[in-house]
Design a protein around this ligand. Structure first.
Ligand SMILES: Cc1cc2nc3c(=O)[nH]c(=O)nc-3n(C[C@H](O)[C@H](O)[C@H](O)COP(=O)(O)O)c2cc1C
Length: 209
């Protein structure tokens, strides 16, 4: 399926049918998500993939009982780092050194630039900045799922503290920012299955100069 056809095909599914998605397709969507860009390349989040039925049952009330959490095949939680310190930046420098085969010392200017930029942010600004990076990854997941003909529902409709509690995120220095359920649409019971896609008109949304 061509990209634009896949994006027309996808919609935020309200009712899923309980069918598991093939492991290869889940892995492809996760790998596409891992390939999402982030500012500085720092990726200040962890992607939690929940397939386990019991854990998804525990999560459902935290998602205001949205059915996709249990009727889907997996819930992906974009769990963002609560703090970003020089330690995380140093780990990232080590990743660059290892993966590009360059000395870590050659990255001093880059790490100084990142640390300097982050120090200019208040903790609240740093949190908002880090959350934004996770939303880029969410976008990659959504496009990848559509390309793989896997249904997906992006989700902000959850109580973050309750989700964090179920997954033990606080102890991991993380907080849930946004989520995604993956699965297959229940075409007979989803009231949105044939709904026309509504978007702002091209002429209003896009200005060419
Ligand atoms: C960040 C974000 C959060 C959303 N949260 C929810 C949600 O909690 N539950 C839900 O059913 N849909 C949720 N949606 C789906 C949107 O309502 C939907 O994407 C939008 O109406 C456009 O429709 P479409 O995705 O079907 O084309 C969310 C979408 C985004 C991007």
């Amino acid at each position: 399926m061509k990209l634009l056809d896949a994006l027309q095909w996808r919609y935020a599914v309200k009712k899923m049918n309980g069918t598991k998605i093939p492991t290869e397709k889940l892995d492809t969507i996760i790998e596409a998500t891992r390939l999402a860009p982030s500012a500085f390349g720092l990726t200040p989040y962890t992607i939690i993939v929940v397939e386990d039925d019991e854990t998804r049952k525990k999560l459902q009330p935290a998602f205001y009982n949205q059915s996709q959490v249990v009727d889907g095949s997996a819930v992906i939680i974009f769990a963002v780092w609560n703090t970003i310190s020089e330690k995380e930046v140093a780990e990232y420098m080590q990743d660059i050194a290892d993966q590009r085969g360059v000395p870590v010392d050659s990255l001093k200017d880059f790490s100084g630039y990142i640390n300097g930029s982050l120090k200019n942010l208040t903790p609240e600004q740093a949190r908002v900045w880090a959350d934004k990076q996770a939303y880029i990854a969410l976008g990659f997941s959504l496009v990848a799922a559509a390309a793989e003909q896997i249904d997906a529902t992006p989700m902000e409709g959850f109580a973050p503290d309750a989700v964090d509690e179920v997954l033990g995120l606080k102890a991991m220095g993380l907080h849930s920012a946004v989520a995604l359920t993956l699965g297959y649409r229940d075409a007979a019971n989803d009231y949105l299955v044939n709904a026309k896609k509504v978007r702002r008109a091209h002429s209003k949304l896009i200005i060419k100069k």
